[in-house]
Design a protein around this ligand. Sequence first.
Ligand code: F6R
Length: 261
Amino acid sequence: MRVVVLENVNDVAEFGAKQIANQVMKQSSSVLGLATGSSPLPLYQCLVDMVESNTISLRDVVTFNLDEYLGLAPEHPQSYRSFMNRHLFERTDIDLANTNIPNGLADNTEQACLDYEQAIERAGGIDLQLLGIGNNGHIGFNEPSSSLASRTRVKTLSKETVEANRRFFKAGEFQPHLAITMGIGSIMEAKSILMIATGEAKTEAVKAAVEGPLSASCPASILQMHPNATVVLDRAAASQLTELEYYVYIEHERNRLAEAV
Ligand code: F6R
């Protein structure tokens, strides 16, 4: 696992956006796995800027989002479809027809989950999966105790997650407690993974994910098993890492070697 510790939210966003840009420049038809939530917003803004300045084009990419609330129509302002349209898709040259988000209104959810997995497979698998991390260590909506081999399915959100996401909903507005999420096993099949975390609220989850034992109690700890996972943190999120100095030193050496080539 590569652990990159940067000064602040902006640095994390720029670093993450560059990783995605490199992937797209290498292969314009890349399959990107995307996340919602607060963490990727500055990164998405960087991607929008890159498209506007013609640094990259997202015209040929195919995207799969991690999750969607069950019971929200795509046009609901708090659906993850709306979120993605608003913050990334409609602000870039991405082809909306190539963007995929689980169907939150599916009658047959089991079939919808299976279809989603098959669509990822048909697209050739995910080249780069972007992840945030919940305060409780979840990735996607794979809450603590989720099987580390799980596939796309319906999950019940933990009280903590419902509470953490309440800020996106108006007072009294229906807030779903169920979601369709890609499973941990599905996420782990991505060829590369980029997890970003910023702010003090993520310190404990980040410590458990990066340095804790591999455990379903912290779903993000599974990334320790991925051959190509990068975790990008700001100082606050990284502050409890025991080996913090070592991670910084590794990156320093990595940059020094790259400059020497
Ligand atoms: C969102 C998702 C979640 C979030 C996590 C962190 O699609 O899958 O796992 O990444 O809840 O959310 P923020 O970034 O809002 O702290």
